[in-house]
Design a protein around this ligand. Structure first.
Ligand code: SF4
Ligand code: SF4
Ligand code: SF4
Length: 366
């Protein structure tokens, strides 16, 4: 199916009108209700021993498929693994100032989640307890949430031909509702991941800085980054007490070495995402159609030959690039150069990540 045929299909099949009836968000500032009493998790990378028990617990509690290599194989932590639809958390090894440290990756459960801002069919909800949850019943498979997430978290079920969904860590919301801890937290043998009220965890982190001078970078990743996240990370210091650090640029070396993006800024990514889309109504109307929404619907209705899928994907990519440029120009006009630069960086990284996920997905599909 070439682009022309694809667009003709859109016109003839009623997909455009179907999507028009989908609840498209209004182009207005977008702020999610962040609750001061919400929960969070503090990952202390100076404590983590890379045992992968959190991975095993997550896999079990969520009935996810077992990986090819068992969880007892710790060699896999040497790879720069990413979370996927089949593995909602992974632990990787990083070298920080010449020493090995481990970091657990999963959804950060952002205070103002970009995935939710980007989703035209409102599949994502930020709950008062802090969890960002996804309900796939309205998902059209556009994967724009994957593009928007600054942490490359949502994973797509590439292996399913019918009704593939986007999957990610749920913060073990079903367990939280029962007053229980997330499975990964319960499984950790060394209290490297501490659950609690987010506001308490920030105090816990500061107390650790005071009690162990020189052990930590005095910066809590996620306290403010990307507008604040429920899951936060502590990084090791090189030895001498680095003193209070209030911006990630100062602490960036150690956090970068842990594979964290230190240039997300403190503005909620949701505002950028939404600003980027909302600033250009044409994009709001057409991006999900061209990018994936209708394409996913097409996929559900008919089996498309692999070659045609690739062709349609290339066309979609051209549209995305043009739409992104237009959105960034608009942000520059309305928000200034710095905001436009941040938006371009975030979008470019997200697009790269999505392309890599696409490649992984193709590999999964053989
Ligand atoms: S934007 Fe990414 S990290 Fe933040 S809540 Fe959504 S999926 Fe999780
Ligand atoms: S909170 Fe639950 S879903 Fe999220 S990583 Fe931990 S075990 Fe997995
Ligand atoms: S269970 Fe705890 S110590 Fe083990 S890898 Fe996970 S976070 Fe690190």
């Amino acid at each position: 199916m070439n682009r022309r045929k694809f667009l003709a299909f859109l016109g003839s099949s009623g997909v455009v009108s179907a999507l028009a009836s989908v609840r498209v968000a209004e182009a207005a500032p977008h702020v999610f209700p962040y609750n001061e009493n919400s929960f969070g998790v503090l990952h202390d990378t100076t404590r983590c021993i890379g045992c992968r028990r959190c991975e095993a617990a997550c896999q079990a509690v969520n009935n996810l498929p077992m990986p090819e290599k068992p969880f007892t194989d710790l060699e896999v932590t040497n790879e720069r693994r990413r979370v996927t639809a089949k593995a909602w958390t992974v632990v990787n090894k990083y070298e920080v100032n010449g020493q090995p440290f481990f970091r657990k990756l999963q959804c950060f459960h952002c205070n103002d989640p970009a995935c939710a801002a980007a989703c035209f069919t409102k599949c994502y909800t930020k709950l008062p307890d802090g969890a960002v949850v996804y309900d796939g019943s309205q998902c059209v498979g556009c994967r724009y949430c994957m593009v928007a997430c600054p942490f490359n978290v949502p994973g797509f079920q590439y292996n399913l031909a019918w009704d593939p969904l986007v999957l990610k860590c749920t913060f073990c919301e079903p367990l939280l509702k029962q007053g229980k801890l997330p499975a990964c937290v319960s499984a950790c043998p060394v209290d490297a991941i501490t659950f609690g009220r987010r506001s308490d965890l920030i105090r816990v982190a500061r107390r650790r800085f005071d009690d162990h001078p020189g052990k930590y970078m005095n910066y809590i990743y996620g306290e403010h980054d990307a507008g604040g996240t429920a899951w936060m990370v502590l990084a090791p210091a090189a030895g001498a007490n680095p003193g209070p650090v209030d911006n990630p640029d100062t602490a960036s070396k150690e956090f970068k070495q842990l594979g964290l993006d230190t240039h997300l800024g403190n503005q909620p990514m949701a505002e950028l995402t939404y600003g980027a889309l909302g600033a250009v109504p044409m994009i709001v109307a057409f991006w999900p159609v061209l990018f994936g929404g209708a394409y996913a619907i097409t996929k559900r209705r008919e089996a498309i030959a692999k070659a045609s899928v690739e062709e349609a994907a290339k066309s979609a990519k051209d549209d995305i690039t043009a739409a992104m440029d237009a959105a960034i120009r608009k942000i520059e006009e309305t928000e200034g150069q710095a905001a436009a630069d941040r938006a371009r960086r975030a979008m470019t990284e997200a697009l790269k990540a999505r392309e890599s996920q696409d490649r992984q997905g193709e590999a999964h599909n053989g």
